[in-house]
Structure formats: structure tokens, C-alpha cells
Design a protein around this ligand. Structure first.
Ligand code: GLN
Length: 293
């Protein structure tokens, strides 16, 4: 259905346009109407959030109004704002994203903190990121731990193209990417830390996801099309080849029942010190386990 743009945005002044967009998003029942509208406007004007308010009386050009109306319509149809503007924020940096990669989530920043803490010991830790997607985890770790050597792998060539662009954008020289299906093969060499935010949503839960996620984000990055445990089982099965003795696996998990199942998998292999950390919402979100070798 085509929405009449004039009904979405009645005025061309930034403040009014923002107000109308927020009202449309609220009416549609979107979760974050204010920040969605502001995020889209920040992208249109290439400005910081604080500048939106100082620019409130600025008049948008006819062309800008057309672009913004398109943003608003796409958001109303459920498209995530990050795909609309082509960027997402993660750990204080901006990453390019498109529908070939998962949108980085704030919860995943917990994994970064755990990995930085684990990297404190070896002087030049080798880090492997399994299922790198946009490269957000690999690039953040390469920047935050400059003495580390980071490798990011992904099955998808399209995702790796995004990761490479992000690597160039953030000027990383201690990071490489490679295309590899971890379920069938594994990279050479051994690593001090394996990090991963694998596809962990069980297939039977996919229908219950929000439209924004289910209809727009890549299915293969969300679910293993099974019980949500495939990648953890695989990581433990190849740990002997991939990890140095005493090395760490730091992986995002699905909270609740899922996190307990992942703990059981790691405990039944040669892992000790299996711990779960909570995310900003108090959900158990990151598993940290040390390989005994
Ligand atoms: N590593 C990326 C992230 O954490 C992508 C993860 C994935 O595709 N499952 O956002």
C-alpha cells in the first residue's frame, strides 16, 4: 500500500517534521518513536542528536522532505532504522550495515567487555570471531586491544564485504577476515580467545520474533534452523584444534533456558570456570568458559 507522504509530514521545519514523524511512529505502535525519528533525521542532516534541537527552525528542502518521507514510510513498514540509514552504533563506533548482516545489538557489548578482560594475560592474544557479520565484534576488539591479532570468519561473502568496508573505515591493521563454514571446516592455527555471537534462536521461536527482526534481518544470522545449540556444540567439538590450553570461549547466549543448555554443553567438554554474565536488562547473555586442554 502506498502511504500519502503529505499525511506523514505536514511541514518542512525540522522541529515540526520530527514531531509529525514521532506521532506517526507512535500511532503505528513502534517501540521507540522518538529515537527512531531522531536517528532518521540525524542521518538526513548528517548531524549529532544535540544539533537536532539547535536546528529545529531550519527549513528542509523539497528534496530532503521527499527523502525523509521515504525513511518514515519504510520505518512504518517495519524496516529497522539502521538499515534505512545504513549505519549502526556499537561500542561507541559507527558500523556500516545492510540486510546481509545482523544489526549489532547493545547486549553484545557485554561480550566485548569480557573479551577485553580475558585478553589481559597473553601479551599478543590471538582472537577468532566466529560469524563475524558486519565485523562489529572483530573490529571493536582489534581497536580496543591493539596488540591482539584478530581473525573474523563468516560463511557469507556478502557479509564479509560489509566487514571489509568497516575494517577500512576503522583502519585496522591487526585484523583479517576469511570466508569459512565453521560447521564443515575450521581455520588454521590456534587462538587464545574465541568470541562468537552465533545464530542461536531455535527454529520454533522464529515466528514469535518482532517484524523488524523476522522480516528484515538475515535468517541465517539469527537461527541455526534447529535447537539453537548447533554452533556451541561445534565450537566445543573443535576446541582441541582451535584453542591454546587455558584459552577462552566467550559467546553470546539466548538467556533463560538457552543459557543453561549452553552451560551444560561446555561443562560436559574440557571446560572449566564456566560463567554467565548479565546484559543491561538483567538477562544472562554471555558465556565465558576456559579450556583446560
Ligand atoms: N558478530 C555479529 C554481531 O554480533 C553478527 C552475528 C551473527 O550474524 N549472528 O552482531
Amino acid at each position: 500500500m502506498h502511504t500519502d507522504s503529505a499525511a506523514l509530514v505536514n511541514s518542512a521545519r525540522v522541529g515540526e517534521v520530527l514531531k509529525d514523524a514521532k506521532a506517526s511512529f507512535l500511532l503505528k505502535g513502534l517501540e521507540s518513536p522518538e529515537s527512531d525519528a531522531e536517528w532518521l533525521m540525524m542521518s538526513l542532516l548528517h548531524c549529532a542528536r544535540s544539533e537536532l534541537f539547535t536546528n529545529s527552525d531550519l527549513t528542509l528542502s523539497a528534496e530532503q522532505v521527499i527523502i525523509f518521507n521515504d525513511y518514515v514510510e519504510r520505518r512504518i513498514s517495519g524496516e529497522p532504522p539502521q538499515y534505512i540509514v545504513g549505519e549502526a552504533e556499537f561500542f561507541g563506533r559507527t558500523f556500516l550495515v545492510n540486510p546481509n548482516v545482523l544489526i549489532p545489538r547493545p547486549e553484545t557489548e557485554i561480550l566485548i567487555n569480557e573479551a577485553i578482560a580475558a585478553a589481559g594475560e597473553p601479551r599478543h592474544p590471538g582472537i577468532l570471531d566466529i560469524g563475524t557479520g558486519s565485523g562489529n565484534i572483530a573490529i571493536t576488539l582489534a581497536k580496543e586491544i591493539p596488540h591482539a591479532a584478530v581473525k573474523g570468519i563468516d560463511i557469507s561473502a556478502e557479509a564479509l564485504a560489509v566487514a571489509e568496508e568497516n575494517k577500512n573505515r576503522h583502519h585496522c591493521n591487526n585484523l583479517t577476515f576469511a570466508q569459512l563454514d565453521i560447521l564443515k571446516e575450521h581455520p588454521d592455527g590456534s587462538y587464545d580467545i574465541i568470541v562468537s555471537n552465533p545464530p542461536y534462536i531455535p527454529m520454533h521461536e522464529m515466528d514469535g520474533l518482532m517484524t523488524d527482526v523476522k522480516d528484515f534481518e538475515p535468517t541465517f544470522a539469527l537461527t541455526d534452523e534447529s535447537d539453537g545449540l548447533t554452533y556451541y556444540k561445534r565450537i566445543t567439538a573443535i576446541a582441541q584444534e582451535l584453542l591454546t590450553p587455558g584459552g577462552w570461549v566467550i559467546a553470546e547466549v539466548g538467556g533463560g533456558e538457552h543459557s543453561n543448555k549452553v552451560m551444560d554443553i561446555f561443562r560436559s567438554y574440557a571446560f572449566q570456570q564456566c560463567e554467565l554474565s548479565k546484559d543491561y536488562n538483567g538477562v544472562l547473555r554471555v558465556l565465558k568458559a576456559q579450556f583446560c586442554g
